[in-house]
Design a protein around this ligand. Structure first.
Ligand SMILES: Nc1ncnc2c1ncn2[C@@H]1O[C@H](COP(=O)(O)OP(=O)(O)OP(=O)(O)O)[C@@H](O)[C@H]1O
Ligand SMILES: [Mg+2]
Length: 313
């Protein structure tokens, strides 16, 4: 791996008495695309806000290129772009005017500002719509403009906080392509999401966060390899799903069972054995199986195995 561009040591942050980030440490290599994956409230945004120098950690250290962030805040902030989870747009202004406003805040003026706006619009593929008011944009287009703002000062490190939440498939793909292109051109990217398939597709390494802590960190393939067995997904017709769930949970090789309406996800260390036993249960209690699948492990099942709960619960 390349040298570390970012080193994070034992970062902690509480809001009042509630801890949000509880001793997070990791390093990111120059040019890496790194994913921070976790459910709502895991502490992803709080971690990013500290890395971007927006909030001060209670304790711990952040080094960027060997320099302490708190001691070199101004210089380091100029090298960092943060695309926040919340949109930071003026709805009645056009996208271009929003970019002019934010560009001026970054200290850009005149020809350079114009050039940077054109480049940022090109990266997010919205050059042809730039003069429309932002409140006429779709949710996905707003997110893309939000991202363009984070690119105006040409940062070396880009933090993207859940850039695809509430986004239509077309914008989602446009965002993926922009992020991939930026990373290919050398930008270091830290990407938070609770969509495991995005992290799996985009990120070279992924940290899984829960309750303010990192509970696993590796390449997606290595994380997935850690989990034995597979997931059996079955749907049960009305009424008896709870009974099937309760009895499946007691089976010897079953690690956890999660339920969404009539659907049960049974994580097992032994697919063959559990499959036979679960079907026996449904037969004994007279439950009707309306769908049955055996699914390969992915980052979502990694999370399930680590925590016993679903990422999207
Ligand atoms: N400004 C704040 N004041 C008080 N508590 C906060 C604040 N921001 C976050 N929290 C709390 O800190 C914890 C971590 O929140 P954070 O926003 O970092 O999580 P997250 O992983 O980004 O979640 P999400 O996926 O919902 O965006 C949560 O319990 C949250 O309620
Ligand atoms: Mg968040």
């Amino acid at each position: 791996m390349n040298e570390a561009l970012l080193v994070i040591r034992n970062l902690r942050k509480s809001y009042g008495t509630s801890p949000a980030v509880q001793g997070v440490s990791f390093s990111i290599a120059r040019g890496e695309m790194f994913g921070l994956l976790g459910p709502n409230g895991a502490g992803k945004s709080t971690t990013l806000s500290m890395l971007a120098g927006l909030i001060r950690p209670d304790s711990g250290q952040i080094l960027v290129d060997g320099l302490d962030l708190q001691g070199h805040l101004k210089a380091i902030k100029a090298r960092i772009g943060l695309v926040p989870q919340e949109l930071a747009l003026y709805p009645t202004l056009s996208a271009r005017d929003n970019l002019i406003f934010w560009g001026q805040i970054y200290g850009l003026r005149g020809k350079i500002l114009k050039q940077r706006i054109a480049q940022a619009l090109d990266v997010v593929s919205l050059s042809d719509r730039a003069d429309e008011a932002v409140n006429h944009y779709s949710g996905g287009m707003k997110r893309r403009i939000n991202m363009a703002i984070g690119l105006l000062h040409q940062p070396e490190i880009l933090f993207l906080d859940e850039p695809t939440v509430g986004v239509d498939p077309q914008s989602r793909n446009a965002i993926f392509e922009s992020v991939e292109a930026l990373n290919k051109a050398g930008m270091t990217v830290i990407y938070t999401t609770h969509y495991m398939e995005e992290a799996e597709r985009l990120c070279q390494r992924v940290a899984i966060m829960d309750h303010g802590q990192i509970i696993a960190l590796d390449t997606p393939a290595n994380l997935i390899r850690l989990v034995d067995g597979s997931m059996i997904r079955l749907s049960i017709a009305d009424g008896l799903v709870k009974d099937v769930r309760a009895r499946s949970e007691t089976l010897p090789r079953v690690k956890c069972v999660t339920q969404r309406d009539h659907q049960l996800d049974i994580q097992t260390a032994d697919t063959q054995q559990t499959l036979v036993e679960v079907l026996k249960i449904t037969q004994q209690i007279g439950a009707q199986v309306t769908a049955l699948q055996v699914l390969d492990n992915n980052l979502e099942t990694v999370f399930l195995n680590l925590t016993g709960k679903s990422l999207r619960d």
